[in-house]
Design a protein around this ligand. Structure first.
Ligand code: AVI
Length: 348
């Protein structure tokens, strides 16, 4: 896949979009960029999805939540009364944003490169522009079109700011094109998305983020352990929005694999697995059934499940230990009054 250089009219600067599956070389404004093209990303995704369906127990990667409808359903989840993480993280930044920015700059030095992992609409990171004053903003997201639109909008609002978009699935490996980060960086990973990684994978990602930040800092939003009832309600809301978000994976798999899942035959299950310190989401077959897709099939017995997501919950002590294992130091965190969510800052 070739990189795309965007040049919207009537602007001094245009955001650069580097569409990568593997890291290439960043060669400056409006330059062509080498990439290591993935021959057929859809075929690779389909193979990954089919392997998960054939596994025992079956699983589907959480990345299959986020097609267009799934992304909208996730936006809706963040507005639900039961889903506290987004609201609580926003409140922490509203109360402590200036202190967080000061502490971040004490670790990175003035005008760091701000790298936003899973940037989406870029809304959370752009709230840091006024206090962190980055010299470049790098938005990394698998959803290339979405992030492109967000960057074009941001460039109109911030015509002088150097903006770069990188289309990358960093769940496998975080490695940006050489030259994008050319000095101390503040790597920002909000929203408790780090919780969607198993602890070993979270450690791997934090190590890669620390290497990227080199002499800078990491700023990570983390959901904290709390009573089971609160956790389970957050992932099984009364309106059924999270159930729709989970069931939508089946529609996505139908499209991707040519499968014949009937969402009505499945039920949404969310439970807190205290031993593993994670909320799990599953899709459970309501009856014995057979699913077929191009090149494969599988029968599911009533009650059999497809594991679709794990959302790990941490304590301030356990997440600080993870950051230290990743090679970080000078760790500080801010949390809300109830201790439901933490924003962690660590020198890289
Ligand atoms: C994106 N991620 C942090 C969300 C979470 O809470 O684990 C995804 C989500 N799944 C169900 N509701 C929200």
């Amino acid at each position: 896949m070739l990189p795309t250089t965007l040049t919207p009219p009537m602007q001094m600067n245009a955001p650069r979009l580097l569409q990568l599956h593997n890291a290439g070389t960043y060669a400056g404004n409006n330059a062509d960029t080498d990439t290591d093209p993935d021959p057929d990303p859809d075929a690779a995704l389909a193979a990954e999805a089919a392997a998960g369906l054939l596994a025992k127990p079956a699983f589907a990667s959480p990345k299959f939540f986020y097609d267009t409808l799934g992304s909208r359903l996730f936006e809706a989840i963040t507005a639900l009364e039961e889903y506290y993480p987004t609201r609580t993280e926003n409140a922490i930044f509203a109360s402590h944003g200036a202190a967080i920015a000061r502490a971040a700059l004490a670790r990175t030095g003035a005008a760091p490169v701000l790298v936003d992992l899973g940037a989406g609409s870029c809304a959370k990171a752009s709230r840091l522009f006024g206090t962190v004053r980055p010299r470049r903003y790098v938005a990394v997201d698998i959803a290339v079109e979405f992030v492109t639109q967000a960057l074009q909008h941001l460039q109109r609002e911030n015509p002088e700011l150097d903006l770069v978009g990188v289309g990358q699935d960093f769940s496998e490996r975080l490695q940006l094109p050489a030259g994008v980060v050319d000095g101390p960086a503040l790597v920002f990973y909000p929203g408790s998305s780090i919780g969607n990684f198993a602890p070993d994978d979270a450690l791997r990602l934090l190590r890669e983020a620390r290497e990227l930040a080199a002499g800078g800092a990491l700023l990570v939003g983390v959901d904290l352990i709390k009573p089971r009832a609160l956790l389970e309600a957050a992932y099984d809301d009364a309106l059924g929005v999270t159930a729709a978000f989970n069931l939508n994976v089946l529609r996505h798999l139908n499209r991707l694999l040519g499968a014949d899942f009937a969402p009505r035959d499945w039920r949404h299950v969310a439970l807190f697995n205290a031993e593993a310190s994670r909320v799990e989401m599953h899709l459970e077959a309501k009856s014995d059934l057979q699913v077929r897709w191009t090149g494969g099939e599988r029968s599911f017995s009533a009650g059999e499940r497809i594991h679709t997501e794990s959302s790990h919950k941490w304590t301030p002590a356990s997440f600080s230990a993870l950051l230290r294992d990743a090679g970080c130091h000078d760790i500080q965190h801010w949390q809300d009054e109830r201790g439901w969510f933490g924003v962690f800052l660590a020198a890289a």
